[in-house]
Design a protein around this ligand. Structure first.
Ligand code: GLA
Length: 368
Protein backbone atom coordinates (compact mmCIF):
# COMPACT_ATOMS: atom_id res chain seq x y z
CA UNK A 1 0.00 0.00 0.00
CA UNK A 2 2.60 2.53 1.02
CA UNK A 3 5.02 2.99 -1.82
CA UNK A 4 8.24 4.49 -0.57
CA UNK A 5 9.81 7.01 -2.84
CA UNK A 6 12.98 7.65 -0.88
CA UNK A 7 16.38 7.37 -2.45
CA UNK A 8 15.92 10.07 -5.04
CA UNK A 9 19.31 11.53 -5.83
CA UNK A 10 20.07 15.06 -6.86
CA UNK A 11 22.06 14.63 -10.04
CA UNK A 12 23.20 18.16 -10.55
CA UNK A 13 22.42 21.80 -10.13
CA UNK A 14 22.32 24.18 -13.04
CA UNK A 15 23.51 27.59 -12.02
CA UNK A 16 21.44 30.21 -13.70
CA UNK A 17 20.44 33.72 -12.95
CA UNK A 18 19.26 34.98 -16.32
CA UNK A 19 15.62 34.36 -17.09
CA UNK A 20 15.28 31.84 -19.88
CA UNK A 21 19.00 31.08 -19.90
CA UNK A 22 18.55 27.52 -18.79
CA UNK A 23 17.36 24.35 -20.44
CA UNK A 24 16.42 21.72 -17.92
CA UNK A 25 13.88 19.47 -19.60
CA UNK A 26 10.39 20.21 -18.30
CA UNK A 27 11.33 23.43 -16.49
CA UNK A 28 10.74 26.94 -17.82
CA UNK A 29 11.04 30.33 -16.18
CA UNK A 30 9.48 33.74 -16.53
CA UNK A 31 9.04 36.89 -14.49
CA UNK A 32 6.24 37.11 -11.90
CA UNK A 33 6.80 40.82 -11.35
CA UNK A 34 8.54 42.93 -8.76
CA UNK A 35 7.72 43.28 -5.06
CA UNK A 36 6.68 46.61 -3.56
CA UNK A 37 10.25 47.03 -2.32
CA UNK A 38 11.74 46.39 -5.76
CA UNK A 39 12.77 42.72 -5.69
CA UNK A 40 12.35 40.72 -8.90
CA UNK A 41 10.29 37.55 -8.52
CA UNK A 42 10.75 34.58 -10.86
CA UNK A 43 8.16 31.95 -11.71
CA UNK A 44 9.18 28.36 -12.50
CA UNK A 45 6.91 26.08 -14.47
CA UNK A 46 7.38 22.32 -14.10
CA UNK A 47 5.70 20.25 -16.82
CA UNK A 48 4.99 16.54 -16.45
CA UNK A 49 3.21 13.89 -18.52
CA UNK A 50 -0.46 14.28 -19.42
CA UNK A 51 -0.46 18.05 -18.97
CA UNK A 52 0.34 17.94 -15.26
CA UNK A 53 1.90 21.29 -14.42
CA UNK A 54 3.14 22.93 -11.23
CA UNK A 55 4.09 26.59 -10.97
CA UNK A 56 6.24 27.98 -8.18
CA UNK A 57 7.33 31.56 -7.52
CA UNK A 58 10.36 32.75 -5.59
CA UNK A 59 8.17 34.99 -3.37
CA UNK A 60 7.59 32.79 -0.33
CA UNK A 61 8.71 29.67 -2.30
CA UNK A 62 5.02 29.52 -3.19
CA UNK A 63 3.09 26.99 -5.27
CA UNK A 64 0.78 29.18 -7.38
CA UNK A 65 -0.78 26.66 -9.78
CA UNK A 66 -1.20 22.89 -9.94
CA UNK A 67 -2.92 21.51 -13.03
CA UNK A 68 -4.20 17.94 -12.88
CA UNK A 69 -6.38 15.93 -15.27
CA UNK A 70 -9.79 14.75 -14.17
CA UNK A 71 -11.27 11.35 -15.01
CA UNK A 72 -11.88 12.52 -18.62
CA UNK A 73 -8.42 14.03 -18.94
CA UNK A 74 -9.62 17.62 -18.60
CA UNK A 75 -7.07 19.72 -16.79
CA UNK A 76 -8.03 21.84 -13.77
CA UNK A 77 -6.05 24.02 -11.39
CA UNK A 78 -6.48 22.46 -7.94
CA UNK A 79 -4.81 25.06 -5.67
CA UNK A 80 -6.08 28.46 -4.60
CA UNK A 81 -4.05 31.55 -5.42
CA UNK A 82 -3.83 34.90 -7.13
CA UNK A 83 -2.96 36.13 -10.63
CA UNK A 84 -0.55 38.83 -9.46
CA UNK A 85 2.34 39.27 -7.08
CA UNK A 86 0.74 42.42 -5.67
CA UNK A 87 -2.21 40.34 -4.45
CA UNK A 88 0.09 37.76 -2.81
CA UNK A 89 1.84 40.64 -1.02
CA UNK A 90 -1.36 42.44 -0.01
CA UNK A 91 -3.85 39.81 1.06
CA UNK A 92 -2.68 36.22 0.92
CA UNK A 93 -3.97 33.91 3.67
CA UNK A 94 -0.75 31.90 3.17
CA UNK A 95 -1.86 30.52 -0.23
CA UNK A 96 0.65 27.87 -1.39
CA UNK A 97 3.60 29.32 0.48
CA UNK A 98 6.41 27.85 2.53
CA UNK A 99 5.68 28.85 6.12
CA UNK A 100 8.33 29.24 8.80
CA UNK A 101 10.69 29.56 10.46
CA UNK A 102 8.13 27.94 12.73
CA UNK A 103 4.89 27.02 11.01
CA UNK A 104 1.67 27.23 13.06
CA UNK A 105 1.59 28.74 16.54
CA UNK A 106 3.97 29.61 19.35
CA UNK A 107 2.04 30.39 22.52
CA UNK A 108 2.69 33.76 24.17
CA UNK A 109 4.91 34.93 21.28
CA UNK A 110 8.12 33.95 23.04
CA UNK A 111 10.25 30.95 23.87
CA UNK A 112 13.31 30.13 25.95
CA UNK A 113 16.16 28.09 24.52
CA UNK A 114 19.35 27.18 26.39
CA UNK A 115 18.45 29.73 29.09
CA UNK A 116 17.89 32.67 26.72
CA UNK A 117 14.43 34.12 26.16
CA UNK A 118 13.52 35.13 22.61
CA UNK A 119 10.54 37.50 22.20
CA UNK A 120 8.67 37.16 18.90
CA UNK A 121 6.00 39.10 17.04
CA UNK A 122 2.45 38.49 18.29
CA UNK A 123 0.56 38.32 14.99
CA UNK A 124 -2.29 36.01 16.04
CA UNK A 125 -3.75 37.50 19.21
CA UNK A 126 -1.10 37.03 21.88
CA UNK A 127 0.61 34.27 19.90
CA UNK A 128 2.99 33.93 16.94
CA UNK A 129 1.59 32.39 13.76
CA UNK A 130 3.59 31.03 10.81
CA UNK A 131 6.92 32.65 11.66
CA UNK A 132 5.77 36.14 12.58
CA UNK A 133 4.94 39.33 10.69
CA UNK A 134 7.37 38.79 7.84
CA UNK A 135 7.92 35.06 7.85
CA UNK A 136 9.55 32.99 5.12
CA UNK A 137 6.31 33.23 3.13
CA UNK A 138 6.88 36.98 2.61
CA UNK A 139 10.55 36.80 1.61
CA UNK A 140 12.00 36.47 -1.88
CA UNK A 141 13.97 33.24 -2.22
CA UNK A 142 16.62 32.39 -4.83
CA UNK A 143 15.46 29.82 -7.37
CA UNK A 144 17.21 27.54 -9.85
CA UNK A 145 16.02 24.62 -11.98
CA UNK A 146 17.67 21.35 -11.03
CA UNK A 147 18.31 18.19 -12.96
CA UNK A 148 16.67 15.52 -10.83
CA UNK A 149 16.39 11.86 -11.74
CA UNK A 150 12.71 11.81 -10.70
CA UNK A 151 11.59 14.64 -12.99
CA UNK A 152 11.61 18.40 -13.50
CA UNK A 153 12.52 20.28 -10.33
CA UNK A 154 13.20 23.70 -8.88
CA UNK A 155 15.29 24.39 -5.80
CA UNK A 156 14.59 27.49 -3.73
CA UNK A 157 17.11 28.74 -1.22
CA UNK A 158 17.16 31.47 1.39
CA UNK A 159 19.47 32.59 4.15
CA UNK A 160 17.33 33.83 7.02
CA UNK A 161 19.72 36.01 9.06
CA UNK A 162 20.39 35.75 12.80
CA UNK A 163 17.55 37.60 14.55
CA UNK A 164 15.11 37.34 11.62
CA UNK A 165 11.64 37.80 13.19
CA UNK A 166 13.36 37.30 16.56
CA UNK A 167 14.70 33.80 15.88
CA UNK A 168 18.36 33.05 16.63
CA UNK A 169 20.98 31.82 14.16
CA UNK A 170 21.72 32.28 10.49
CA UNK A 171 19.43 29.68 8.97
CA UNK A 172 20.31 28.26 5.55
CA UNK A 173 17.15 26.95 3.92
CA UNK A 174 16.39 24.94 0.80
CA UNK A 175 13.05 23.72 -0.49
CA UNK A 176 12.97 21.59 -3.65
CA UNK A 177 9.78 21.00 -5.61
CA UNK A 178 9.98 17.93 -7.89
CA UNK A 179 7.23 16.97 -10.32
CA UNK A 180 7.98 13.29 -10.71
CA UNK A 181 7.24 11.22 -13.78
CA UNK A 182 5.13 8.97 -11.51
CA UNK A 183 2.58 11.73 -11.01
CA UNK A 184 3.80 13.12 -7.69
CA UNK A 185 4.69 16.53 -6.42
CA UNK A 186 7.49 15.93 -3.99
CA UNK A 187 8.70 18.62 -1.55
CA UNK A 188 12.10 18.21 0.07
CA UNK A 189 13.10 20.55 2.90
CA UNK A 190 16.58 21.13 4.24
CA UNK A 191 18.04 23.57 6.79
CA UNK A 192 21.22 24.17 8.75
CA UNK A 193 22.03 26.78 11.38
CA UNK A 194 24.98 28.34 13.19
CA UNK A 195 23.06 28.71 16.51
CA UNK A 196 20.44 26.48 18.12
CA UNK A 197 17.03 27.52 16.85
CA UNK A 198 13.53 26.10 16.35
CA UNK A 199 12.62 25.08 12.78
CA UNK A 200 9.26 23.75 11.56
CA UNK A 201 8.52 24.23 7.86
CA UNK A 202 5.42 23.36 5.90
CA UNK A 203 3.67 24.11 2.64
CA UNK A 204 0.39 25.96 3.03
CA UNK A 205 -1.39 25.03 -0.23
CA UNK A 206 -5.18 25.19 -0.21
CA UNK A 207 -6.46 22.29 -2.33
CA UNK A 208 -9.76 22.02 -4.12
CA UNK A 209 -9.65 18.95 -6.37
CA UNK A 210 -12.86 20.02 -8.15
CA UNK A 211 -11.14 23.26 -9.15
CA UNK A 212 -14.10 25.36 -7.92
CA UNK A 213 -16.84 25.53 -5.28
CA UNK A 214 -16.31 24.30 -1.73
CA UNK A 215 -14.52 21.22 -0.43
CA UNK A 216 -17.58 19.92 1.44
CA UNK A 217 -17.99 16.98 -0.97
CA UNK A 218 -14.33 15.92 -0.87
CA UNK A 219 -13.76 12.54 0.78
CA UNK A 220 -10.88 12.56 3.25
CA UNK A 221 -9.01 9.81 5.04
CA UNK A 222 -6.44 10.74 7.70
CA UNK A 223 -4.19 8.03 9.09
CA UNK A 224 -4.25 9.65 12.49
CA UNK A 225 -6.07 8.26 15.49
CA UNK A 226 -5.20 11.15 17.83
CA UNK A 227 -4.95 14.93 17.73
CA UNK A 228 -3.37 17.57 19.92
CA UNK A 229 -6.14 19.08 22.04
CA UNK A 230 -6.26 22.84 21.31
CA UNK A 231 -7.22 25.60 23.73
CA UNK A 232 -9.54 28.43 22.63
CA UNK A 233 -6.64 30.07 20.74
CA UNK A 234 -5.56 26.81 19.06
CA UNK A 235 -2.53 26.35 21.32
CA UNK A 236 -2.14 22.69 22.35
CA UNK A 237 -3.00 21.91 25.97
CA UNK A 238 -0.45 19.09 25.87
CA UNK A 239 -3.05 16.32 25.80
CA UNK A 240 -3.20 13.93 22.84
CA UNK A 241 -6.85 12.91 22.52
CA UNK A 242 -8.39 10.08 20.47
CA UNK A 243 -10.43 11.13 17.42
CA UNK A 244 -12.69 8.08 17.84
CA UNK A 245 -16.30 9.05 18.46
CA UNK A 246 -15.75 12.70 17.46
CA UNK A 247 -16.36 14.65 14.20
CA UNK A 248 -12.56 14.77 13.87
CA UNK A 249 -12.41 11.06 13.06
CA UNK A 250 -11.23 10.56 9.45
CA UNK A 251 -9.54 7.22 10.06
CA UNK A 252 -12.14 5.87 7.64
CA UNK A 253 -13.09 7.85 4.49
CA UNK A 254 -15.61 10.59 5.31
CA UNK A 255 -16.85 13.73 3.61
CA UNK A 256 -15.20 16.94 4.71
CA UNK A 257 -18.54 18.76 5.01
CA UNK A 258 -20.60 16.03 6.65
CA UNK A 259 -19.79 16.74 10.30
CA UNK A 260 -18.34 20.24 10.09
CA UNK A 261 -21.34 21.73 11.87
CA UNK A 262 -20.56 19.58 14.91
CA UNK A 263 -17.07 21.04 15.28
CA UNK A 264 -17.15 23.94 17.74
CA UNK A 265 -15.20 26.31 15.47
CA UNK A 266 -17.42 25.51 12.45
CA UNK A 267 -14.73 23.67 10.53
CA UNK A 268 -11.42 21.92 10.94
CA UNK A 269 -8.24 23.58 12.17
CA UNK A 270 -6.62 20.75 14.08
CA UNK A 271 -3.19 19.17 14.36
CA UNK A 272 -3.51 15.44 13.86
CA UNK A 273 -0.92 13.05 15.28
CA UNK A 274 0.07 10.82 12.37
CA UNK A 275 -0.06 7.08 13.07
CA UNK A 276 3.44 5.84 12.37
CA UNK A 277 5.84 3.14 13.47
CA UNK A 278 9.07 4.99 12.63
CA UNK A 279 10.27 8.31 11.24
CA UNK A 280 10.12 7.34 7.53
CA UNK A 281 7.83 8.50 4.77
CA UNK A 282 4.34 7.25 5.61
CA UNK A 283 0.92 7.52 4.01
CA UNK A 284 -0.89 10.23 5.97
CA UNK A 285 -3.88 11.43 3.99
CA UNK A 286 -6.06 10.46 1.05
CA UNK A 287 -8.25 13.14 -0.52
CA UNK A 288 -10.76 12.24 -3.24
CA UNK A 289 -13.23 14.39 -5.13
CA UNK A 290 -15.98 12.15 -6.57
CA UNK A 291 -17.29 14.43 -9.36
CA UNK A 292 -13.93 15.00 -11.07
CA UNK A 293 -12.42 11.69 -9.96
CA UNK A 294 -9.22 13.47 -8.89
CA UNK A 295 -7.41 11.96 -5.93
CA UNK A 296 -4.38 12.99 -3.90
CA UNK A 297 -2.46 10.95 -1.37
CA UNK A 298 -0.11 12.72 1.04
CA UNK A 299 2.94 10.98 2.43
CA UNK A 300 5.31 12.63 4.88
CA UNK A 301 8.22 12.20 7.24
CA UNK A 302 6.58 14.66 9.69
CA UNK A 303 4.84 13.59 12.93
CA UNK A 304 1.77 15.84 12.46
CA UNK A 305 -0.59 17.35 9.93
CA UNK A 306 -2.74 20.45 10.41
CA UNK A 307 -6.06 19.85 8.69
CA UNK A 308 -7.42 23.34 8.05
CA UNK A 309 -10.67 23.62 6.11
CA UNK A 310 -10.36 27.23 4.95
CA UNK A 311 -12.59 28.51 7.76
CA UNK A 312 -11.32 32.08 7.50
CA UNK A 313 -12.00 32.47 3.76
CA UNK A 314 -15.00 34.70 3.20
CA UNK A 315 -15.31 35.87 -0.38
CA UNK A 316 -11.69 36.56 -1.27
CA UNK A 317 -11.13 37.45 -4.97
CA UNK A 318 -8.60 35.03 -6.43
CA UNK A 319 -7.22 33.60 -9.68
CA UNK A 320 -9.05 33.99 -12.98
CA UNK A 321 -12.09 35.66 -11.44
CA UNK A 322 -12.62 33.05 -8.72
CA UNK A 323 -14.17 34.12 -5.44
CA UNK A 324 -13.04 31.98 -2.53
CA UNK A 325 -15.90 31.49 -0.11
CA UNK A 326 -15.64 29.81 3.30
CA UNK A 327 -14.30 26.24 2.83
CA UNK A 328 -13.29 26.91 -0.81
CA UNK A 329 -10.07 25.01 -0.18
CA UNK A 330 -8.44 22.83 2.46
CA UNK A 331 -4.89 22.58 3.72
CA UNK A 332 -3.04 19.48 4.85
CA UNK A 333 -0.03 21.11 6.46
CA UNK A 334 2.47 18.41 7.35
CA UNK A 335 4.44 19.66 10.34
CA UNK A 336 5.76 19.15 13.84
CA UNK A 337 3.11 19.90 16.45
CA UNK A 338 2.12 23.50 17.22
CA UNK A 339 3.83 25.17 20.19
CA UNK A 340 6.44 22.40 20.33
CA UNK A 341 8.94 24.89 21.82
CA UNK A 342 6.89 24.83 25.03
CA UNK A 343 6.18 21.11 25.11
CA UNK A 344 9.21 18.95 25.89
CA UNK A 345 6.94 15.90 25.54
CA UNK A 346 6.30 16.72 21.84
CA UNK A 347 8.83 15.79 19.11
CA UNK A 348 11.51 18.50 19.25
CA UNK A 349 11.84 21.22 16.63
CA UNK A 350 15.24 22.45 17.85
CA UNK A 351 17.96 22.40 15.21
CA UNK A 352 21.54 22.74 16.43
CA UNK A 353 24.76 23.63 14.62
CA UNK A 354 26.17 20.55 12.88
CA UNK A 355 22.72 19.01 12.41
CA UNK A 356 20.72 19.06 9.18
CA UNK A 357 16.96 19.48 9.21
CA UNK A 358 15.43 17.24 6.54
CA UNK A 359 11.76 16.59 5.86
CA UNK A 360 9.93 15.22 2.83
CA UNK A 361 6.27 15.50 1.87
CA UNK A 362 4.91 13.80 -1.25
CA UNK A 363 1.59 14.58 -2.96
CA UNK A 364 0.66 11.62 -5.18
CA UNK A 365 -2.03 12.24 -7.79
CA UNK A 366 -4.35 9.88 -9.63
CA UNK A 367 -7.95 9.60 -10.83
CA UNK A 368 -10.52 7.04 -9.70
C1 GLA B 1 -3.20 27.62 9.60
C2 GLA B 1 -3.81 27.87 10.92
C3 GLA B 1 -5.16 28.49 10.75
C4 GLA B 1 -5.06 29.74 9.91
C5 GLA B 1 -4.41 29.42 8.61
C6 GLA B 1 -4.18 30.66 7.80
O1 GLA B 1 -3.78 26.58 8.98
O2 GLA B 1 -3.88 26.71 11.72
O3 GLA B 1 -5.70 28.78 12.00
O4 GLA B 1 -4.31 30.70 10.60
O5 GLA B 1 -3.18 28.81 8.83
O6 GLA B 1 -5.34 31.43 7.65
Amino acid sequence: MVRFTCGVVLLGLLLTSDLGATSVAGVSMDSFGTTGDGQAVTRFTLDGPGGVRARVITYGATLTELWLPDRQGTLGDVVLGFDSLAEYEAKSPYFGCTTGRVANRIGGARFTLDGVEYPLAANDGANTLHGGRRGLDKQVWQGAPVVHEAGPAVRLTLVSPDGDEGFPGNLDLAVTYILTRDGELRLEYQATTDKATPVNLTNHSYFNLAGAGTVHGHILTLHASRYTEPDANLIPTGRLLPVAGTPLDFTRPASVGGRMGQVSIGGYDHNYVIDRADTGLVLTADLYEPASGRAMEVLTTEPGVQFYSGNFLSGLAGKAGAVYVRHAGLCLETQHYPDAVHRPEFPSIILRPGQTYRQVTVHRFSTR
